[in-house]
Design a binder for this molecule. Structure first.
Ligand SMILES: [Zn+2]
Ligand SMILES: [Zn+2]
Length: 365
């Protein structure tokens, strides 16, 4: 009697727990086998296949589960050994479904027999080897290739969606990974973020042509600033790229730092944020001196030499000038992503060759 008061699960030895989990899975197989039988009968009566979406909605399961059920019903003959093994619980439903898909892909009996000794991942691998790639499949994939781009409503983010043929997809993902592996940000960024950085850097290379390290001046864009608007919101409003997207203060700082923007101030206000074309870039001689002096990215521990750029320690928007003491060399990733992308700044008190990065709010006002 005392036993019934204690939690019976906590009394079970571990091996029994595992055994019971396994036997419940065999029970699931038996229920799935019954569903498969019922579905077959249903298809016979209605003379047409229920769609995976309808079945998924009826059963409140994922479309993947629904289409596995349908595929298994269609591809596992009632009298077959495979069906009996599902019924008896010797096969899990996942195994039976994987075998049904292998059969649907056109596998011969020999392959099916071989597959029974594989784990489920192995069966799917066999299936991808068995599945025929027809010319028309390849041509369809080629004809459907595309890259779509769009921005969100406030134009602070852009999106890409792409479909490529498998070989082109392999080229593109290999190139993204190759470039991402060479960016120094792996400790502070996710793989997806690094791939995004890689894509941007490849695009930048393409726009600039073949580049020698340290020769990048960036693409020059014209930024329109409505000074009356910008002055009372710290540039959160009023700035946009001519015939292009809206930009905010971080991007403005970056464009001004790289000398890649010329500012045009709304003439009616005449508010003086203007940076004329003659002073917009760091003079080439100063650039060379800074790049030579620093010999590479000055961030502590960084060894990247990729697209070295000259950065203004006190941002230009806050009055920082082109004087040598305000300039430091950064690699593309530290400059574009870690500093300007994240709204960070170089700690002006850090040693010139072991620079550290701090939030911009840490800069002296
Ligand atoms: Zn900069
Ligand atoms: Zn760096």
């Amino acid at each position: 009697m005392l036993d019934t008061l204690a939690d019976p699960l906590s009394m079970l030895p571990t091996w029994e727990l595992i055994d019971e989990i396994k036997s419940e899975e065999r029970e699931v197989s038996r229920h799935r086998a019954r569903q498969v039988e019922l579905l077959r009968e249903l298809e016979r009566r209605t003379m047409r296949d229920p769609s995976p979406t309808t079945l998924a909605a009826d059963l409140d399961v994922s479309t993947r589960t629904a289409s596995e059920l349908l595929e298994t019903a269609r591809r596992t003959p009632e009298l077959s050994d495979r069906f009996q093994k599902l019924q008896s619980g010797a096969f899990t439903f996942d195994r039976a479904a994987a075998l049904a898909r292998l059969f649907a892909a056109g596998a011969e009996d020999e392959t099916l027999a071989e597959a029974e000794s594989h784990d489920i991942a192995g069966i799917y691998k066999l299936r991808s080897l068995t599945k025929r790639v027809r010319r028309r499949d390849e041509r369809k994939a080629h004809a459907e290739r595309h890259v779509r781009t769009w921005t969100n409503l406030d134009e602070t983010a852009g999106f890409l969606s792409a479909q490529l043929t498998s070989i082109d997809w392999a080229t593109v993902t290999a190139a993204l990974d190759h470039r991402a592996d060479r960016l120094p940000g792996y400790e502070t960024s996710t793989r997806e973020q690094l791939r995004a950085d890689a894509l941007v850097s490849i695009a930048q290379d393409a726009l600039d042509g073949a580049l020698q390290p340290g020769t990048s001046t960036g693409t020059v864009v014209t930024v329109m600033v409505d000074a009356a608007e910008a002055s009372h919101t710290d540039c959160e409003t009023g700035a946009s790229v001519t015939a292009g997207p809206r930009i905010g203060p971080d991007t403005l700082d970056r464009l001004l730092c790289g000398g890649s923007a010329e500012l045009v101030v709304a003439p009616e206000t005449g508010y003086p944020i203007a940076v004329g074309p003659t002073t917009r870039v760091v003079p080439p001689k100063v650039r060379r001196v800074v790049l030579n002096r620093d010999g590479g990215c000055t961030i502590d521990g960084c060894t990247s030499n990729y697209r070295l750029e000259v950065h203004h320690i006190l941002p230009r928007s806050r009055g920082g000038g082109h004087d040598l003491s305000n300039l430091t060399t950064l690699c593309w990733w530290h400059h574009h992503v870690d500093v300007h992308g994240r709204g960070n700044a170089i700690d002006p008190d850090s040693p010139p060759h072991r620079r550290t990065i701090v939030p911009e709010s840490h800069l002296p006002p």
